[in-house]
Design a protein around this ligand. Sequence first.
Ligand code: MEV
Length: 438
Amino acid sequence: MPKTVSGFSKFSKEEKIQWIAKEYLENDQNAVKTLKQYWNSNEKLQSLHDEFIENTISNFYLPFGVAPNFLINGEIYALPMAVEESSVVAAASKAAKFWSQRGGFKAEVINTTKVGQVHFLFKGEPEELRVFFKEIKPTLLLSIKPITANMEKRGGGLLDLQLADKTGELDNYFQLFAKFETCDSMGANFINSCLEKFAEVLKFEAENYSHFQKEHRSIEIIMSILSNFVPECMVKAEISCPVSELGQNGMDGKHFAEKFIQAVKIAEIEPYRAVTHNKGIMNGIDAIVLATGNDFRAVEAGVHAYASKDGKYTSLTHASLENEIFKFWIEIPLALGTIGGLTNIHPLVKLALKMLQDPSARDLMEITAVAGLAQNYGAISSLITTGIQQGHMKMHLMNILNQLEATENEKTEMIEHFKTHPITHSSVVSAIEKLREI
Ligand code: MEV
């Protein structure tokens, strides 16, 4: 049984690895070798990565791919994508090429407001608190000025501050509900700093407020934190074309469009399907979010909360066919940044943003929504025509061959062979076994 450890974070990297190996990996020095194999030989670069988090012992590689030919609002982009799933970049590239010949993607930011809350308990009458809040609001607003000065210069800052009475749902529970504009930064540190200042001032002012009865002067701050639910930080992207220009894999345009719309409608009304449908959208979104150094957990949490905001989980995309025009669109909350965080520290993130022509946060919201829409278009197109496995397994072939330690020659032969044979794990195993017998 491994023992608990004290002071682990103070161990050297070598000591940490040896401790893990001894306690959990049967002292296997090959495992140690594997960990070290992923160290970067450039020590400066390695130490940069070591310092992103605590207790770094190695790097975890993800492929960094590129999906070219994305025509978005009249500009052609090559999208940087960090993702491990074999078919994602291929599907994005295919959809991008297809739509670049049909007017491309149109995208538009709807709004960019972010939210934060100070959650607290007050045991007096709500009306007393309302009066108090009104009186101290100017002090609260003034208190964050040193934090917001720079953001205000860039056109952002606090947009609104309200008192919310939640006592109907939880005894004594109130919030300071704040809205922010954080311009090109994701703004988490900015928002949280403002909120913690509000909390401090709120508590102090209550303690010195003579109109509260003595026992009500002590407001209990429970926590101060931004919300990753951002239904007012929305972006829309769409594609459209005459139905005659659609059609795929032997299916005519009209039939394709009708079947496509039906598939989207199913995701609109059936949560089991909607989750997988949206997962496909997130294949594209997360890959860009990761490559550009944004917080994919925050994006995921916000997106899925939005997908269920009306009480039932539903599709993030919608499709229509009117007057022979097929239209497919997405509306999605995306709180992204292009400055701060990893954006000017991680060399690949800097490069990804440069590839995107140094986008503003709004540009990045548009590009990312497009990636999600393209991915969903690709997935549905395959699902309603050939089925997903054909393309999926074609891309997965290389993973199976690598697993079977195929040589370069064997890979070439297998790729040729499977151009005309169905790919499954067992068919690849038998084909390679046969080849090795010759
Ligand atoms: C696989 O990663 C994503 C899909 O399942 C999405 C979908 O079903 O729409 C193919």
